[in-house]
Ligand binder design. Structure first.
Ligand code: ADP
Ligand code: MG
Length: 379
């Protein structure tokens, strides 16, 4: 069988895609897998889906495919295999990079889930075929985790309407402690402001492409208000940087990464690009608030924001929080619609719907922010 991975023939308008992705390659599987006898991603996935792949008896293996990885839930452990993807902002294409990134994932996630991230082990190819560890040639790397019970995942708890304030109090305590002890980078306010401008331009230009058929009026409103915030209130952002409020945070603080177990666990921080982890804690909380709101639990974002503000003795102005959330929502809209540009999008309707959901939230926040920007600042 052809062992050629999935290479970039989109069967669509390549110029259009290039334009949309602004030079970021959209398809990204490791070309080197075409040229040797190393097993394909499909062969690795097939192997890891079998109970016999694991040294301990595991019963059935369930799998989750995400944008960047395959996750195998086997018995009381979880094995995560990174896909050989490459983008402008991340590179898992080479085996050596995947090893480095697996080790970074282990190290960084031990900050918020120390007893979950157990090890990094090689996937090995020998004359007997693939195995986890053992003699042979290393063909990939796996992050090994302790398996958490789905019942405790925040997204599941929201779906089943059983989130308790006491659980969120524990989450707030965990986050407060994490942010208080997190490393604080020195950043250049000018460079950061330029980056905000650039990111707003990038997201909105992408979303405004007519071929995506998205509501241009909403996107323009979002862009105008975000820019207005930068024009009128750049001082707030500069002050956050000067006061050293920016931390080496989690980077992907979403409900599906938060587990409301006895000791709160937060998994899957953003390991692949440290730059994206350098955030204002309230930017992360705005992201969490956005995602909880999208799932129908707006109160959770409000509750956590107030709690973290108390824990950090830091309560930034409402317009900053709205700006962060609006910006996150526009970014998520861009990433959601970008799924449709991939070679065989798995669930196109889901992504289109989600894009509209994010745009609605971004536009609602933009309008609230606009009202606040009309009132003079009290300083
Ligand atoms: N230790 C774990 N226990 C139980 N489920 C897990 C565990 N790790 C990951 N998962 C499940 O797999 C999903 C994807 O894993 P994640 O680490 O978030 O991958 P990715 O980095 O590709 O987003 C998670 O959202 C969760 O549902
Ligand atoms: Mg994840």
């Amino acid at each position: 069988m052809c062992n050629c991975g999935l290479i970039g023939t989109f069967g669509r308008d390549n110029a259009f895609l290039d334009n949309l992705s602004k030079g970021e390659p959209i398809v990204h599987y490791d070309v080197s897998v075409m040229e040797d006898r190393r097993p394909t991603l499909a062969a690795k996935v097939e192997f890891l889906s079998r109970p016999s792949a694991y040294s301990e008896p595991v019963g059935e293996v369930s799998r989750r495919e995400t944008h960047m990885s395959w996750v195998f839930l086997a018995g009381d452990k979880v094995f995560k295999l990174k896909k050989p993807v490459r983008r402008a902002y991340l590179d898992f294409s080479a085996l050596a990079r995947r090893e480095v990134m697996c080790r970074a994932e282990l190290r960084l996630n031990r900050r918020l889930a120390p007893d979950v991230y157990l090890d990094v082990v090689p996937l090995v190819q020998s004359a007997q075929g693939l195995s986890i560890g053992g003699p042979g040639e290393v063909v990939d790397w796996l992050v090994v985790m302790r398996r958490l019970e789905e019942h405790w995942a925040l997204d599941r708890a929201i779906e089943e309407d059983r989130v308790k304030a006491s659980q969120l109090d524990r989450l707030v305590t965990t986050l407060g402690k994490f942010y208080r002890h997190a490393a604080r980078p020195y950043l250049s306010p000018v460079a950061q402001l330029n980056e905000w401008h650039h990111n707003i331009f990038r997201d909105c230009r992408f979303l405004l492409d007519r071929r995506l058929d998205l509501p241009a009026g909403l996107v323009r409103t979002i862009e105008r208000v975000e820019r207005c915030f930068l024009d009128k209130r750049a001082g707030i952002l500069i002050e956050r940087i000067r006061d050293r409020r920016i931390v080496d945070g989690h980077g992907d603080l979403r409900p599906e990464h938060i587990w409301l177990t006895d000791g709160i666990k937060i998994i899957d921080c953003l390991e692949f690009n440290p730059h994206f982890r350098m955030v204002d804690p309230f930017d992360e909380i705005a992201y969490l608030s956005l995602e909880c709101g999208r799932l129908g639990a707006t109160w959770i974002g409000d509750y956590v924001r107030r709690g973290v503000a108390r824990a950090l003795h830091d309560d930034p102005k409402p317009e900053l929080f709205l700006f962060y959330r609006c910006h996150r929502a526009a970014l998520r809209a861009r990433l959601a619609i970008a799924h449709l540009l991939e070679p065989n999008p798995r669930t196109p309707e889901k992504w289109r719907q989600r894009t509209h959901d994010y745009l609605r939230i971004a536009a609602r926040d933009a309008l609230r922010l606009q009202r606040l920007l009309k009132t003079p600042t009290v300083r």
